[in-house]
Design a binder for this molecule. Structure first.
Ligand SMILES: [Fe+2]
Ligand SMILES: [Fe+2]
Length: 291
């Protein structure tokens, strides 16, 4: 069983400037502390882009300091808000980037991890283009391992206009690559949408998360961007040979969490009986119903 931690859209700023009123540095610090405390046994942490809101070197240096003593391997990716040159000046030695793009791969446990670069010039949306699609197709072809894929932009249209207006220009070509290799791709983890979302594309499951700053409400009735005061979160994913489950972690929740021993089923039966409800002690017999 592989356990991994997925965070996204930190939107750190060099000056401490807030992101729509949210202190993204403090949220990221809290998220990392929470993950360190609760999931020290995870295999790695991945952050799927928009590390910096304005792409300042100072924001990447802040992230470098936040991660300085982090005990797990950390895989970093860029999103549309990031600046390639400034990211590289701080993190250039960190991964084996397929220059000039920030795409790379790594093997972990029994999985091939593919970290994609969907940033494209001149738009907040993304694109692959022929070079990056060929790279992806080749990495998928050569992998004898099952693949976990990570990307910043969402892998398919969502039905939310404001999100899809900032989607991937060549989704169709990307989907054709996915379709050729869908049997070996276990899951796609993504960011960008600032909302938690699940689905599948070409038979491959995917999941996206809220950001460390402002969240987007998935309002399907408007072409406007709908922001709300949702709390940030991150996810821990448990990946077994035949299953994959993600659990969102509400790390800023300050209320109580009530823990108690698991109740006995006989207590449930007795409580139902007190209310005049009989809990059967045997399942229905299908043969009896058929006759
Ligand atoms: Fe973002
Ligand atoms: Fe983004």
């Amino acid at each position: 069983m592989l356990k991994l931690i997925h965070m996204t859209d930190l939107h750190l700023t060099g000056t401490g400037e807030l992101h729509f009123g949210h202190d993204t540095h403090e949220a990221t610090r809290q998220a990392l502390d929470h993950a360190r405390t609760h999931f020290a046994d995870a295999g790695f942490l991945v952050i799927t882009g928009d590390l910096a809101n304005w792409g300042e070197i100072g924001a990447y240096r802040k992230l470098e300091r936040l991660l300085a003593d982090y005990p797990l391997p950390v895989y970093l990716m860029i999103g549309n808000h990031d600046n390639r040159d400034n990211f590289l000046s701080v993190f250039g030695d960190r991964h084996r980037f397929d220059a000039p793009f920030m795409q790379y791969w790594a093997d972990h446990d029994r999985y091939r991890l593919l970290f994609l670069d969907t940033q494209t010039a001149g738009t907040a949306g993304g694109a692959f283009g022929s070079h990056r699609l060929r790279w992806l197709d080749q990495r998928l072809s050569e992998s004898e391992r099952e693949v976990l894929m990570f990307m910043h932009h969402h892998p398919t249209p969502t039905g939310a206009h404001a999100m899809d207006a900032k989607g991937v220009a060549d989704w169709d070509a990307f989907h054709r690559v996915l379709a050729r290799h869908s049997a070996k791709i276990r899951h796609i983890f993504h960011g960008h949408c600032h909302t938690d979302m699940q689905g599948h594309i070409e038979g491959i499951s995917f999941s996206g998360l809220r950001s460390m700053g402002s969240q987007v409400y998935p309002d399907l009735s408007t072409e406007m961007v709908s922001r709300w005061e949702g709390a940030p979160h991150y996810a821990v994913a448990l990946i077994g040979e035949r299953s994959l489950v993600t659990h969102q972690q509400d790390f800023t929740y300050a209320g109580d969490v009530h823990t108690h021993p698991r109740g006995q089923f006989t207590d449930f039966v007795n409580n139902c009986a007190k209310r005049g409800v009989n809990v059967p002690d045997a399942d229905p017999d299908p043969l009896e119903i058929a006759s």
